[in-house]
Design a binder for this molecule. Structure first.
Ligand code: NAP
Length: 447
């Protein structure tokens, strides 16, 4: 009987497990995760106010509760945990679905000034990731700059503009709620280096900015018009055309003097973060113009935008996992239809799916077809893989080596503790934000 380890319990990992049990009536799947909690970016990346997207957890839950799937949380693969080689000895096949765990860098002076953060760090904080640092973020800040115009940029911009009433009903941790509720950030500029027709956000997410209570969204029509497609967007693909139309509507709407002001800016590329009293005080941008090939060129004209908080939202990036090949240029593992390639040759029994396979693009559902491709390759190899001797139960072998995973009952105990915490605060479910409280809660499930 085929035994497969799936490393990572985010959408990539869960859809891989689902595809395996759907396509093979006998396979047994262990889904391992470094964290004691499942769901990856659905739990720790989807914005807390996006309840509908978060409810996808229910679908992922059904996968992890499948009778031939086991969730094994709190198990690190790599140095300090279970080496990749050892995992390969315990299972007939291993599918790495480890995502893209870090953020891209801008590589400009001042990037690391206090007050400048990657959007990932900010998202991790308000999503209660146990590795997040709580460093004030909004404390003392009146204006913020968000660099980048993708969906993560829209998420963090929206979270900065949300008022306490809208945040209280989310599952965000109490400390982040308290800090954001007391935030004095009134002005948020979200800035793209290219034009409105090249922005990466999706129209639904963009439009939502215009529905936020007590918030003005402004765009400068003249800046938009630097984009040759602005005057006549009819030749653009539908998603970009719709974005341009939404932006045009805002350009034509006067602001209402609301409490929050979101400014969408384009054709400005960040060149330096400027310090003021030892922390970030402004971002210097160079005005760009289209180069006619989808890119931009600098004009030598600069504009400083004041900001005591800077969130760099320029995309995620995969990190190498010791024991697995890695292509630093793309931040992914080299593969052929999901089969890991070592120096150009297929490595038997090793697979990838999700962002570590294709890079940090697409929406959650994109992982379904991606996982299916990998699982199809794996099952085509299964008759050979299954001939290799493997322990009867890899979990018993892991335990024998001192690994104590948080099993599904442990995760359910964390869920109960989060519901209890929320009730004690007069809120709905409230996430536990640190390792200690998560592990304490998980262990309540064991006698
Ligand atoms: P993204 O979509 O790749 O957007 C990155 C943004 O950063 C782009 O505007 C890019 O501009 C800009 N950028 C990159 N390097 C830059 C630099 N050196 N200087 C200035 N700007 C720079 O990444 P993301 O927003 O992190 O999203 C990742 C994935 O998650 C996407 O597929 C996204 O759709 C998905 N996601 C979806 C949702 C949702 O559905 N609600 C929410 C969050 C995330 P250029 O285009 O010029 O490179």
């Amino acid at each position: 009987m085929l035994r497969v380890a799936v490393v990572g319990s985010g959408p990539g990992g869960c859809y891989t497990a689902q595809s395996l049990v759907q396509q093979d009536p006998d396979v047994l799947v262990d889904v391992l995760d470094r964290l004691p909690c499942p769901y990856g970016l659905v739990r720790y990346g989807v914005a807390p106010d996006h309840e509908k997207i978060k409810s996808l957890q229910n679908n992922l839950r059904a996968v992890l509760e499948h009778e031939r799937v086991r969730f094994l949380g709190g198990v690190e693969i790599g140095p300090g945990g279970v080496p990749a080689d050892r995992l390969r000895e315990l299972y007939h096949a291993v599918v790495y679905c480890v995502g893209a765990a870090t953020d891209r860098h801008l590589g400009i002076p001042g990037e690391d000034l206090p007050g400048s953060w990657s959007a990932t760090e900010f998202v991790s904080w308000y999503s209660a990731h146990p590795d997040a640092v709580d460093d004030g973020f909004v404390r003392g800040a009146r204006s913020a700059v968000v660099i980048g115009v993708g969906n993560v940029a829209v998420d963090v911009t929206r979270m900065l503009a949300r008022g306490p009433a809208e945040l209280t009903s989310t599952d965000m941790p109490q400390a982040a709620l308290t800090a954001l509720a007391a935030s004095r950030v009134g002005d948020v500029s979200m800035v793209g280096r290219r034009g409105p027709s090249q922005a990466r956000f999706t129209t639904k997410e963009l439009r939502e900015l215009g529905t936020l209570p007590d918030t003005d969204v402004t765009v400068d029509g003249e800046e938009l018009a630097l984009d040759p497609a602005y005057a006549d967007p009819s030749g653009l693909p539908a998603p970009q055309r719709r974005n341009v139309e939404v932006l045009r509507g805002w350009a034509e709407t006067p602001p209402h003097d609301a409490g929050h002001h979101i400014r969408l800016r384009f054709f400005l590329r960040p060149v330096e973060l400027l310090a003021e009293d030892g922390r970030v005080g402004a971002v210097r941008f160079e005005r760009t113009v289209p180069d006619g090939q989808g890119g931009v060129t600098g004009t030598g004209r600069y504009e400083d935008v004041a900001a005591q908080l800077v969130l760099r939202s320029v995309g995620y990036r995969g990190v190498p996992l010791e024991g697995l090949p890695f292509d630093p240029a793309s931040g992914t593992v080299p593969h052929l239809a999901g089969r890991v390639l070592r120096e150009g040759h297929i490595a038997p029994g090793e697979y990838v799916a999700g962002w570590i396979k294709r890079g940090p693009t697409g929406v959650i559902g994109t992982n379904r077809s991606d996982a299916k491709e990998t699982v199809t390759a794996l099952l085509a190899d299964a008759s050979v893989l299954v001939r290799e001797d493997r322990p009867e139960d890899p979990l018993a072998a892991l335990r024998g080596e001192g690994v104590e995973p948080v099993e599904w009952t442990g995760w359910c105990a964390i869920e109960r503790a989060e519901a209890e915490l929320g009730a004690s605060l007069g809120r709905g479910v409230v996430k536990l934000p640190d390792w200690q409280s998560l592990m304490d809660a998980a262990h309540q499930s064991t006698p």
